[in-house]
Design a protein around this ligand. Structure first.
Ligand code: C2E
Ligand code: CA
Ligand code: CA
Length: 610
């Protein structure tokens, strides 16, 4: 029995067949109908839709044949596809040298008669055949051959439909930007594993400080970073692990090897060590990871994702660029995960008018005298039954989800209105996320709030971090000029924490420079930090800017910063963020509701540079 020759287009043919992803799938009525019709018109006991794979023939649909798979060497169809546009008719297999000793002829089912028409895939290559067979010798009428050819064309159409449906289903499960699986596919996969009782590990990853990337490089830059991160994760995770983009800058992995998951997390961190090239610049990114194993870390399969989300939130809280492993934490964790928080935040802000936030105030004091120089307002989000959510946790989410403008406007309006009613003209510091101030009509909003509340513009200081300054220097300078023309002060927050450089201080006319808590803490012991601190203090002095040392917790730190020449100090040593100092609040009760004289409040008179 000579094997059928391999057709010239074998490679393309196989590629087309495999791309259909139809091999080894269950029987489907949409294909069975053709086999049934073929058997009926031929009045034959055997009919099949066969697909010819590299070494085997696999039957998508069959009548009168017990096995779905057989070696390619015994396949009649392997001969039929050699003439893609013509049927193959074998009237008596025992008399045909190609088939006489074929086990399907010499043994069961004992084929004597065969008529098969090649079936083409959507790309035009013959990938199999629609055939009928009988156990007695027969002739094939022209009508039968023609009908088989019509049916084979019908099969091609059905294959095309199969292909389209498959592509659409894939599209519905694919993230358009990265080509990874999307959140729906991710959740489905996790449910399926849990249902099958397959142990697995879920890792949720969040790119740290991603809002800054969008600030600096725009959305195109952000998209490029996400695509690069996706391809690095995909390459590192290996073929067994599902990698998905869940939303924004959040990725999810499902690994079938829970015991290896901690090591996988380590490898994923390392993937980010190499800098990213974004818009021609090298940028460092890091990820925070939440890790949960099922069923080792928790038994309830439907809580795996929620638990991973919470672990991720904890990783973020504990300083980013780290993994929080559910195995290592206690049973009674509290607080919501990032997705839960994002949802709660949106619900809290939309519709506006019933914001559940509060403002806390923290003293900024004169370094020399300890007298009150200003109050910085810090947002608080008390959640019923869940304690307070830290701003470091929800501000980045608000930035990423486009809710920050809403939040900042609420803070600004509320803080300015409160301050306008105080008994002494203490300056207030309000934090604004840069994109709001510089990209939207932030200045117009500030102006209208000041006008409406009657607060003297000189009492307001806007604190920003450096992020947006880098991207659009001209717009930033224009905004700053407008603010200063209004009389509003501008402070550079967190100096020394990230990539802010001395160049900013030179290029942007800040009234106040706030030295980051980390720099303040490191300077006494670290020579490089001390050198930076001294350089900033000197530069600020020369530029006429006021300096605030943040995060002063001990007397020793306060003394050190005073000696180094910081103008103002802020930190737990002088008061934790809390209620407005009593002396500033208007007395509503008591005789005549007289105002408490401001003399009980010692006030510093350091003003921002003119
Ligand atoms: P920030 O503007 O640098 O605020 C100072 C943070 O340091 C506050 O944390 C404050 O509670 C904390 N802090 C003050 N003194 C000390 C100290 O001596 N030691 C230590 N360890 N910490 C101290 P908080 O309130 O959790 O705010 C964190 C960040 O969230 C703020 O950093 C700011 O970037 C942001 N944020 C807070 N409120 C708002 C707001 O209303 N709008 C915007 N856009 N961001 C806000
Ligand atoms: Ca601040
Ligand atoms: Ca700060």
């Amino acid at each position: 029995m000579p094997p059928a020759p391999i057709p010239a287009d074998e490679a393309e043919r196989i590629a087309e067949l495999r791309a259909l992803q139809i091999l080894d799938t269950p029987a489907e009525e949409r294909f069975d109908v053709f086999t049934r019709l073929a058997a009926r018109v031929a009045a034959a006991p055997i009919a099949a839709l066969s697909l010819l794979d590299t070494g085997r023939q696999w039957l998508k649909s069959r009548i009168g044949i017990p096995a779905a798979e057989m070696p390619r060497a015994v396949s009649f169809c392997a001969h039929a596809i050699l003439t893609p546009d013509r049927p193959l008719v074998v009237e008596d297999a025992t008399r045909d040298p190609r088939f006489a000793d074929n086990p399907l002829v010499t043994g069961p089912p004992g084929i004597r008669f065969y008529a098969g028409v090649p079936v083409k895939g959507p790309g035009g290559h013959a990938i199999g055949g629609l055939c009928v067979a009988d156990t007695v010798p027969r002739r094939a009428s022209p009508l039968l051959v023609e009908t088989l050819a019509d049916l084979a064309r019908g099969v091609t159409d059905a294959l095309r439909l199969h292909d389209t449906v498959r592509r659409l289903a894939r599209l519905a499960e694919t993230d358009a930007l990265t080509g990874l699986a999307n959140a729906a596919a991710f959740e489905r996969h996790q449910h399926r594993l849990a249902e099958d009782g397959t142990a697995h590990a879920v890792l949720l990853l969040d790119l740290d400080r991603f809002a800054q990337i969008n600030d600096l490089f725009g959305h195109d830059g952000g998209d490029a970073a996400l695509a690069e991160a996706a391809s690095r994760l995909r390459a590192e995770a290996g073929t067994e692990t599902m990698v998905a983009r869940l939303d924004g800058n959040c990725f999810g992995l499902i690994s079938p090897a829970p015991d290896e998951a901690a090591r996988l997390a380590q490898r994923l961190h390392r993937v980010f060590v190499r800098p990213f090239a974004i818009a021609g610049q090298l940028v460092r990114l890091s990820v925070s990871i939440g890790l949960v194993r099922w069923p080792a870390d928790l038994a309830e399969a439907d809580r795996v994702l929620e638990r991973a989300d919470r672990a991720l939130a904890r990783a973020k809280r504990s300083g980013r660029n780290r993994t929080c492993d559910a195995a290592a934490e206690g049973e009674h964790e509290s607080g919501a995960g990032r997705h839960g928080l994002a949802r709660a935040l949106r619900e809290a802000l939309i519709p506006p008018g019933r914001e559940p936030f509060r403002l806390a105030w923290q003293r900024i004091v004169a370094a020399e005298t300890g007298a009150l120089a200003a109050l910085e307002t810090l947002i608080r989000w008390p959640r019923p039954g869940r304690g307070s959510v830290a701003p470091a946790e929800f501000i980045p989410i608000a930035e990423e989800r486009g809710l920050i403008a809403h939040l900042d406007r609420w803070v600004l309006r509320t803080a300015v209105r409160q301050a306008a009613g105080w008994t002494a003209p203490v300056r207030i510091h309000v934090n604004i996320s840069p994109p709001n101030l510089f990209l939207a009509d932030g200045v117009g909003f500030i102006e209208s709030i000041l006008r409406e509340s009657g607060l003297a513009p000189g009492r307001l200081v806007i604190e920003v971090t450096e992020g947006v300054l880098m991207r659009d220097t001209r717009a930033a300078l224009h905004t700053i000029a407008t603010l200063r023309a209004l009389g509003v002060g501008l402070a550079l927050d967190d100096f020394g924490s990230g990539h802010a450089s001395l160049g900013y201080l030179r290029d942007f006319p800040f009234d106040i420079i706030k030295l980051d808590r980390g720099l303040v803490a490191r300077a006494p012991a670290c020579r490089r930090s001390l050198a930076l601190l001294r350089a900033v203090l000197r530069l600020a002095g020369e530029l006429g800017a006021t300096t605030v040392a943040e995060g002063v917790e001990t007397e020793a730190q306060a003394r050190f910063m005073r000696e180094e020449g910081a103008d103002m100090l802020q930190g737990f040593l002088f008061g934790v963020p809390g209620a407005v100092p009593r002396a500033l609040r208007r007395r509503t009760g008591g005789r005549c509701g007289a105002l408490r004289p401001p003399d009980q409040l010692e006030m510093a008179t350091i003003s921002p540079r003119a």
